[in-house]
Design a protein around this ligand. Structure first.
Ligand SMILES: Cc1cc2nc3c(=O)[nH]c(=O)nc-3n(C[C@H](O)[C@H](O)[C@H](O)COP(=O)(O)OP(=O)(O)OC[C@H]3O[C@@H](n4cnc5c(N)ncnc54)[C@H](O)[C@@H]3O)c2cc1C
Length: 415
């Protein structure tokens, strides 16, 4: 049987490697539009490639997927984050787990991750077809195989097809949403699609003044039909706000409609580790000990100077006064902003999202084998499925796990 794996990203490479290692005699075509493998893997994690998570409890791991939690249970049990770590280590990519439980190659180089696959495919039965953009897939007339039409190349016939063409985020990496059209042409349905893991553009222009100012921890809260809060690294940008706390929020509200006419109010707690009342007492005590200092100088020990300047200007607070002249009300007014700084999200940072929420409808795919329940011998793996997770290695973990599951079940079918 000929197996065509379309899309050589994380999921496609893992599916091909699994087949290659468990059934070396199988004839596999790994078809990729780019001139190299794993372009997105290489740039992921800022070039360091956050391959997976250090969290080992699968119940906690699967909760990191706003969409796909249940679907992933089976493939994740069989190829857990720990298995992924063992797999890479045994394929020559030593890994390290950082304090925040993100796992990276010790080399901090995503190219090493892709190199592990290239080594597997070298001198193997896996034919890597680069610069091959698949345009159409049809069933042959006898309905026994798939005919794969490739731009400017002869067509390929294969009995088994894996669609691992990714989503449509970071389109310049090759993932341009082609997989959705191909899946639909074979009878599948695509759920609504949305950007996820994106920054927010705000109505306020003052974040531009703070562009690049970051916080190790901030809590951002949005009040929708329910209140959502996320704590994590946070960053002001030239157009709004970003960072892992914002990404987690963007993931939860991926399908929420917010725009300049209908903005989404978000509150930022820049000092989440200290309660409002305690902060008040702390500031009051500092004032008592520094009556001659300006109030503003005292505040600089709580937040960067630039942030205090913006709060003073934007909310018309008078912070230049001597501490001795500051009233309780004035302290409370600053604390209110430090603990609940309001911004209004009016859009998603265009093209800067990390993943696509939505994709091939999960009800149409067997979660253990990744085989289509609509079109026999058709498999799916990776972000093309309606699965997406938070930042922290969860999206690659999903791609490895589903790619591995597809590869294993194809091997089982061949036996
Ligand atoms: C900037 C950035 C950083 C990220 N960092 C991390 C991280 O550190 N950790 C993490 O877990 N996740 C991260 N992610 C998300 C993660 O990289 C993706 O979820 C994951 O790579 C998806 O893998 P995939 O194999 O499903 O799809 P992709 O990696 O998108 O691969 C799909 C492949 O299919 C090919 N293709 C598309 N159309 C065709 C066609 N018509 N014919 C042939 N080939 C085609 C594409 O060229 C591509 O190579 C990041 C994403 C981005 C954009």
């Amino acid at each position: 049987m000929r197996i065509a794996i379309i899309g050589a990203g994380a999921a496609g490479m893992m599916a091909a490697a699994t087949i290659n290692e468990e059934s070396p005699e199988s004839k596999v075509f790994l078809i990729e539009k780019n001139d190299g493998l794993g372009k997105k893997v290489i740039i992921s994690g800022g070039g360091r490639c956050n391959v997976t998570t250090g969290i080992t409890d699968l119940k906690i791991v699967t909760r990191k997927y706003p969409r796909g939690e249940k679907f992933l249970m089976s493939s994740m049990h069989r190829f857990s984050p720990q298995d992924v770590r063992t797999w890479f280590e045994s394929h020559g990519v030593p890994l390290k787990c950082e304090e925040d439980l993100r796992v990276f190659p010790i080399s901090n180089d995503g190219r090493d991750v892709v190199r592990a696959f290239e080594n597997i495919f070298a001198d193997s039965n896996t034919n890597i077809l680069k610069r091959c953009a698949v345009q159409k897939i049809e069933r042959n007339t006898a309905n026994t195989s798939f005919v794969i039409h490739i731009k400017d190349q002869p067509e390929i016939e294969a009995e088994i097809v894996v669609l691992s063409l990714g989503g449509q985020a970071y389109r310049h990496t090759g993932s341009t949403g082609d997989g959705y059209t191909l899946a639909e042409s074979l009878g599948h349905h695509i759920t609504p699609l949305a950007a996820s893991l994106n920054s927010f553009i705000t109505t306020e222009t003052w974040p531009a003044t703070l562009s690049g100012v970051s916080f190790e921890h901030a809590t951002i809260t949005a009040e929708l039909e329910k209140e959502y809060s996320f704590t994590g690294p946070f960053l002001f940008t030239h157009r709004g706000i970003s960072g892992p706390a914002v990404f987690a929020m963007s993931s939860i509200i991926a399908f929420e409609d917010y725009n300049p006419q209908n903005s989404l109010q978000i509150f930022i707690d820049l000092l989440p580790d200290i309660k409002t009342d305690d902060l008040f007492i702390q500031i009051q005590n500092t004032i008592k000990e520094n009556l001659k200092k300006s109030f503003k100088t005292i505040l600089h020990s709580y937040a960067p100077r630039s942030v205090i300047e913006v709060i003073e200007k934007e909310f018309s607070l008078r912070l230049e006064k001597k501490s001795a002249e500051i009233s309780k009300k004035e302290i409370q007014a600053v604390i209110a902003k430090l603990k609940r700084l309001p911004v209004h999200a009016v859009g998603r940072g265009a093209g800067d999202e990390f993943v696509t929420a939505g994709g091939v409808k999960l009800e149409e795919v067997n979660p253990s084998t990744m085989e289509s329940l609509i079109c026999p011998n058709l498999y799916f793996a990776g972000e093309i499925l309606a699965i997406d997770g938070f930042t922290g290695g969860f999206n690659l973990q999903a791609a490895w796990a589903t790619g591995h599951a597809a590869g294993e079940s194809i091997v089982n079918k061949l036996q």
